[in-house]
Design a protein around this ligand. Structure first.
Ligand code: ZN
Ligand code: ZN
Ligand code: FE
Length: 742
């Protein structure tokens, strides 16, 4: 429950059923004291369940009998404590169907593109301070007209206390570079639509930042967009007119349809059905798809001839998405043929959120718009704990009572602009939630900019091993506070022994962990270079397992782009020059993708594993052999057989399937071994590799069939975007242990 007009809703239902009493927010949610006849109370309860605003998400309603106070009216109690106010900052909510209907019905809002009500509209993106009140948002410059004011003050109106309420006469308007204002969304759509048809690129201000938009069928337009924006080969998200159209272009299960149409309107990764322009997803078998969520998105599709638009974030390369009109006119003006802003400021920048569905459950990949700042409930108190997050896919988290408030997706901190965004967001969270950190939890890696940020704060710090944080993150979102078997399959994280970890089988709780098994460490010749050049890792695995004998294998030799680099490469590995050891699962996936020729050079983060997954031949049960040597899982036999399979002309699809099946079986085998050793039956999955749908689906299923209780991420990303939550949980536990020891 977060300031989504729930209390006015309860009030209206009470009045409707002639129920007296009160409603108030508290730390646990909402309390209602209701007095009336049994029939009235019964109907009141039914209405609460059936008609609640979508974004209110009622987890449970518990009813008990109270002392009657003979109330004569029903009242909304004001929030009085600070922590109650926190829960009232709602994430942004997609425009509701009632408001869309009003676009053609309400005379003061005909075609008005900033229509909203208590059930929908901007929230977090416009809020500057608490309590959440119009004058503390970027709606402040827009004085309510008499009509809007009446609605705002009328408890029976859907717009009662809707802070961003506005109309044609008093609210924000779209704005072109020449200053021209549009309060009529339809007129603006009619202006832009022929441009999009003609292959032009539009920069359009969204809820949390600008988008770059063009026709998703126009290969030439999209490649121009990629070029101008200096975008690597990463696939681009699309927006589709509605769910029916989405089912034409993409495979859509019932759960996926529900997610797509939810008020959060995330970008959902869906399997392609009808092809769009090649440049959208560049040969990957999935596309990021979302439905319209601002009134103007709907208005644009009304007018457009096409049903699918490329809709990618309005930024240059990896910089944060642009939110400011002037900056957009300046920078995005060089990419887009038209830049369309609007004259209300975005205060908190948020990207579109991204998720996918596996085993009928939604799994977040990027948690931002419409999720932030909704808190995650923790099992223990985390007041004043700050978690500074990881580096590449950063978020930070702050502790408020038993809640974790996780920042929006920040991005790669190595980028100067992104680091500035991190610092800005941290300052804003501090002000908004009146947060003053007393303990800063960070990664073990001393060079992460988030680690340095923690150390600069001049408060107590706690360094947490990356994969311990991954598992703790998944534990935290499931309320686990006990010993578990943790499987962290990930790209990169610094281990306690100074090597790089990432294929880790842990026994851990929120206080500590032990590393029980791990993927065979392999030297990474060239260090960071291997992420762009997966062939290096493939070569290194083969050289490690088979030494000079790989020289007689044609496929192994084909890996090296330039044969004269070979002696140097071998020397680097032999002598350990710039060749750190890594047990990272991501590197193993890289190596198999490179060896099979699926991806030898990578043009964006995690391209090789993504392409390897996309290549999997369906319904292929085969797998490879592996060995466990003390604690290390050796892939010698697997690589030997892959080379044989390649020689025998086995398809890459089959090899990809057999490889994935091997990892899934390893997960089962190790879980069983650890269960035998400890008796623990709970298995927690985390780390970036579990963004691989095949790996996640089959690992969950095989473990469940074997009788394990399996936990994977559903609230925060399994990638490094979830690290801050794990750090926060470990920090909270650390404080709890300290108090106990005193
Ligand atoms: Zn609405
Ligand atoms: Zn008005
Ligand atoms: Fe990680």
């Amino acid at each position: 429950m977060q300031g989504v007009g729930f209390r006015p809703f309860v009030y209206r239902m009470a009045v409707k059923n002639a129920v007296a009493g009160w409603v108030e927010n508290n730390n646990e949610g909402v309390s209602i004291h209701a007095e009336g006849s049994p029939q009235q109370l019964e109907q009141f309860l039914t209405d609460l369940k059936a008609q609640a605003p979508e974004a209110a998400s009622i987890r449970e309603i518990s009813v008990s009998v109270a002392q009657s106070h003979n109330y004569t009216v029903f009242q909304i109690q004001q929030s009085h404590s600070y922590s109650q106010l926190v829960t009232e900052v709602s994430p942004d909510i997609a425009v509701c169907s009632a408001c869309l209907a009003d676009l053609s019905q309400q005379t003061h809002r005909i075609n008005y593109p900033f229509i909203n009500c208590t059930n929908c509209g901007p929230r977090f993106t416009i809020v500057k301070a608490l309590p959440y009140d119009r004058h503390q948002t970027t709606m402040k410059p827009f004085a309510l007209c008499a009509v809007c004011k009446t609605e705002y003050n009328n408890l029976h109106d859907r717009r009662f206390h809707a802070q961003p309420v506005a109309c044609l006469h008093c609210g924000p308007a779209y704005q072109l570079q020449d200053g021209q204002l549009f309060s009529d969304g339809k007129a603006l759509a009619e202006l832009l639509s022929p441009q999009i048809d003609a292959g032009k690129i539009i920069a359009l201000k969204g809820l949390g930042g600008f988008h770059l938009i063009c026709n998703a069928h126009d290969n030439e337009a999209i490649s121009r967009l990629r070029q101008r924006k200096a975008r690597d080969g990463k696939p681009m998200a699309v927006m589709v007119k509605n769910a029916e159209k989405a089912t034409q272009y993409f495979q859509l299960s019932a759960t996926e349809k529900l997610q797509l149409e939810s008020w959060r309107r995330p970008i959902l990764l869906l399997k392609n059905k009808l092809p769009l322009a090649f440049e959208v997803s560049r040969g990957l078998n999935t596309t990021g798809v979302m439905l319209p969520y601002m009134p103007f998105h709907h208005q644009l599709f009304e007018v457009l001839k096409i049903d699918v638009l490329v809709m990618t974030s309005g930024n240059i390369a990896d910089e944060p998405v642009i939110i400011d009109n002037e900056e957009a006119f300046d920078k995005l003006g060089k990419i887009a043929d038209f830049v369309v802003g609007y004259n209300r400021a975005i205060h908190n920048r948020v990207d579109d959120s991204v998720a996918f569905v596996v085993n009928e459950k939604a799994r977040p990949i990027r948690r931002s718009r419409s999720f932030v700042p909704a808190p995650v409930q923790l099992a223990i108190e985390a007041e004043n704990v700050l978690a500074t997050g990881a580096e590449l896919v950063n978020t930070f988290a702050i502790g408020k009572a038993k809640q974790a408030i996780i920042s929006q997706h920040i991005g790669d901190l190595k980028n100067a602009e992104t680091l500035a965004f991190y610092e800005e967001s941290f300052t804003r969270f501090g002000a908004l939630f009146r947060f003053k950190p007393q303990l800063a939890v960070c990664d073990l890696h001393p060079d992460y900019l988030s680690t340095r940020f923690a150390h600069q704060l001049d408060i107590e710090t706690l360094e947490v091993q990356h994969h311990h944080a991954h598992i703790a993150s998944c534990m935290a979102e499931h309320g686990l506070n006990e010993k578990v078997i943790g499987i962290a399959l990930d790209g990169t994280g610094l281990g306690t022994d100074g090597t790089i970890w990432g294929g880790e089988y842990l026994i851990c709780d929120l206080s500590d962990f032990s590393r029980e098994y791990y993927f065979d460490p392999v030297p990474l010749p060239g260090g960071d270079k291997v992420t762009d050049q997966p062939w290096r890792t493939a070569f290194s695995y083969l050289y490690m397992y088979f030494g000079l004998s790989i020289f007689i294998d044609e496929n192994a030799m084909k890996l090296i782009p330039d044969q004269k680099d070979l002696p140097l490469l071998m020397q680097m590995i032999d002598q350990g020059i710039n060749s750190p050891l890594s047990s990272g699962a991501g590197r193993l996936f890289d190596a198999v993708a490179a060896l099979t020729g699926i991806c030898t050079q990578s043009s964006f983060h995690a391209e090789a594993p993504m392409r390897l997954e996309a290549a999997i031949k369906e319904n292929c049960q085969g797998k490879y052999l592996f060995e466990i040597e003390r604690q290390a899982i050796s892939f010698r036999k697997m690589f030997y057989k892959i080379l044989e399979d390649m020689k025998a002309g086995i398809s890459v699809g089959e090899i990809a399937a057999k490889f994935h099946n091997t990892i899934i079986v390893i997960n089962l085998k190790i879980a069983k071994a650890l269960h035998k050793k400890t008796g623990i039956n709970k298995v927690v999955l985390s780390g970036g590799s579990f963004q691989n749908r095949y790996l996640l689906e089959h690992t969950e299923n095989i473990l469940q069939r074997a009788g394990f209780e399996v936990f994977a991420h559903q609230k925060v990303p399994t990638n490094d975007g979830g690290i801050s939550l794990g750090q926060l949980a470990i920090g909270a536990k650390y404080l709890q242990n300290q108090i106990k020891n005193k």
